[in-house]
Each structure stands twice: as C-alpha cells, then as structure tokens.
Design a protein around this ligand. Structure first.
Ligand SMILES: Cc1ncc(COP(=O)(O)O)c(C=O)c1O
Length: 388
C-alpha cells in the first residue's frame, strides 16, 4: 500500500524540526557537550514535587474539570495580578498540556483556511507548523540584530494585509533573547487596535527577564480582549516534564478554545495541577534563585563569545544567546556540524528557527557554569582555527 497517498498533505509536507535533525547526529557520537536543549537544568522545586505526590497519596487521581481545577485557575489569576498587574477571572483561563497545547488551541480557534498569521523570525520552531496545521498561511517579519530583535511599528504595518488574522509574539524570545518593554509595545498597540488583529502572546519566559520589568502586551486595556496570553510552568519553575501550561483571554474565545481542549485532551494531568497550585502560591523565591543563576551564565557567555570574536547581542530574557558567526565564513549549519565533529560541542544552527537565523547559532545557558566554561573553551579553539 502506498501510505504517502493516504496521509494528510499538510502533515506530510511539514519539515522536521532543525533542532531534532541536528541532535540525532550529536546522539550518535560519544562525549559530546550539548548546549542545545531549551530545558532548565534545575530539578523542579521540592515543595512542588511534594504537593503533587501528596495529591496522589490522597487518591486525587481523577479527571479534573476540563478547564482545570478551579483552585489552580484562581491561583493563576492571582499570580498574574500579583506579578504583572493583569486582571483575569478563572472563567478566562484554561489549564493546558504545556504552553504548546495553548498555542495550538489558539491557532485552531482563530484561523480559517487562507488566513495569514504574522510570525516574527527567527522564531520558536513550533510556530510555523502550528499555523500550517491550522490551515493558515505564515507571513514572516524578519527581525534584525541591529533592532535588538524587537518588533517595530514600521515592520508590523508593512506585514498587515486584509487577510491578516493574528500575530504571534514571543518576548522574551526563543531563540534570540529579544525583549519588548512597555514603551516598545506602546508603539505597536495602536496598529493592532486599528487593524483589529488578534495577538497570541507566548509569555513562557516572562519570569526570566533580566534588565527590565516584564510587561505583557495584555497590559494595554485598549487591546486586552484581542490578546490571547499563553504561559506555563516548564521554564520558570523547571517543570518541563510535568506538561502544564495555561491560556488566558477573552471569555468568548476561551469558551471556544475549550471546545477543542475538552474533546482532544479532556484535562491537563491532575497531579501536575496540584503541584502547580503550590508553584503559584509559594515559589517566587525559587524562581528568583534560578533567574539569578541564569543571569550569571548569560553574562559569562556574552562576554566570552564577544571576546572570541563572535559578536553577541546581550539577550534581555529567556536562557539563550544568539552569537553571530559570520566572521568565521561558515554558514550556521556548517559551523554547527564542524564544531560538533572537531570539538564535540553541540549548538543549534540559527536556521533551525527560520531562514532569518542564517549567520547565527543558538546556545542555551540552561547548563551549569562548569559545562559552559568547558564548552566555550572548545568553541574558542574551533573559532581560532577557522579565523586564522
Ligand atoms: C517559546 C516557547 N514557547 C513554548 C514552548 C513550549 O513549552 P511547554 O513545555 O510549556 O509546552 C517552548 C519550549 O521550548 C518555547 O521555547
């Protein structure tokens, strides 16, 4: 039987993740130091683990409400108010299987065949496939290092057409570490309002903001109802394996998103939800400890890469640096492949995040400072050989 004829064409044509492809190569080699994974190296704070275990001990092993435990949704709303001064009610919230599910729900709820969704490139690997699987058409805005990977009003205005349904934002950004301040957002908000486009804002790295106070685009009352806010527990609370995130937005849209969620997922994992209540209530100090550790690592990497001649923008959030490797004369893919073969260090080519990532590599600092020191020593040897 020819299976290529029975499968969905869009699924067939989706490209595999550039990160995966590269790491399959690295996995076949021994002794590789990887700076590739976007996953905290910390274990989940103990009190969160304990709360989840206690819930299992108590036999809380059933489905929860589709939208998630009311107690958790209330805590999420308190947390968003306390940390970012945003007002949401539990009816405006769905607890999801990671931020990943929330992004998918948002896209599938909004997009109709042919609708354009604006993405900022370089961007997180799941966005383009997410738009295409929802039947949409990706419209890329290319961000540049000169603009610190920020979205400017000029870039936004030029990308909007009468087919534009939504824009997907992600600040602090994976992979660039770019950041939008309140003032930066203030310049684009009137355009979003005027054109009545929806905003999906992936704020999964909000707690990992370094120089500036984090500001959500949902803080602008004039467009708040146009904003679908996605966040989660993976990054800030080191809870990647728990698979828990959430989405906040206009009550009508959340109600529609919940239709998909209830039929496809039923509810997010119950024990993880109990752990998350503890995270929201009592773990600000744990986040702060991790944030401080990431900040030290970021400072180390930015300095080290710049000193070895790879111009590196200072990321203001998340846990990635995005060094410019054009001085080596190699493409992003060549750089990563040769570095891997020559020095057994794995980074991700910038092109894994779209063509706009050419000339860059992504280095994650969700690794111990010892690992970062060892890896950068080896990268330095490689760069010196290349640029002699
Ligand atoms: C920008 C961004 N959004 C969403 C996700 C998915 O996170 P989650 O584990 O909550 O599904 C990631 C994970 O790497 C990410 O970097």
């Amino acid at each position: 039987m020819d299976f290529t004829k029975v499968v969905n064409k869009t699924v067939k044509e989706i490209k595999p993740s550039g990160i995966r492809k590269f790491f399959d190569l690295a996995n076949q080699m021994e002794g590789v130091i990887s700076l590739g994974v976007g996953e905290p190296d910390f274990a989940t704070p103990w009190s969160i683990r304990e709360a989840a275990m206690y819930s299992i001990e108590k036999g809380k092993t059933f489905y929860t409400a589709n939208r998630g435990l009311l107690e958790l949704r209330e805590e999420i709303c308190h947390y968003q108010k306390r940390r970012f001064n945003l007002d949401y009610k539990p009816e405006q919230c769905i607890v999801t299987v990671g931020g990943s599910e929330a992004i998918d729900l948002a896209l599938r709820t909004l997009v109709e065949p042919g609708d354009e969704v604006i993405l900022l490139q370089p961007s997180y690997v799941a966005y383009t496939p997410g738009v295409e699987l929802a039947g949409g058409v990706v419209k890329n805005i290319i961000l540049t290092e000169e603009n610190e990977f920020k979205l400017t009003p000029e870039l936004l205005e030029a990308a909007i057409t009468d087919k534009t349904k939504a824009i997907l934002l992600n600040y602090p950004s994976n992979p660039t570490g770019g950041f939008m301040t309140r003032e930066d957002y203030a310049k684009i908000v009137p355009i979003i309002k005027e054109h009545e486009i929806m905003v999906i804002t992936d704020e999964i790295y909000a707690e990992l903001s370094y120089e500036h106070q984090f500001c959500s685009i949902a803080a602008f009352d004039e467009i708040k109802d146009q904003v679908i806010l996605v966040s989660g527990f993976s990054k800030a609370y080191a809870m990647t394996g728990w698979r828990l995130g959430y989405v906040l937005g206009n009550e009508y849209i959340i109600k529609l998103m919940n239709k998909i969620h209830q039929y496809v997922i039923m509810c997010a994992p119950t024990a993880a939800q109990y752990g998350a209540i503890e995270a929201m209530r009592n773990c600000d100090h744990e986040i702060e400890k991790m944030r401080q550790a990431y900040l030290l690592r970021r400072n180390f990497l930015v300095k080290t890469f710049n000193e070895m001649g790879l111009k590196t923008f200072t990321p203001q959030g998340a846990f990635y640096v995005f060094p410019n490797i054009t001085s080596t004369g190699l493409t992003s893919e060549q750089f990563c492949e040769e570095l891997l073969k020559d020095q057994l260090v794995a980074c991700v080519p910038g092109t894994a995040f779209g063509e706009a990532g050419e000339g860059f590599i992504r280095v994650s600092y969700a690794y111990s400072i010892e690992q970062l020191k060892e890896a950068t020593k080896k990268i330095k040897i490689f760069v010196e050989k290349r640029t002699k």
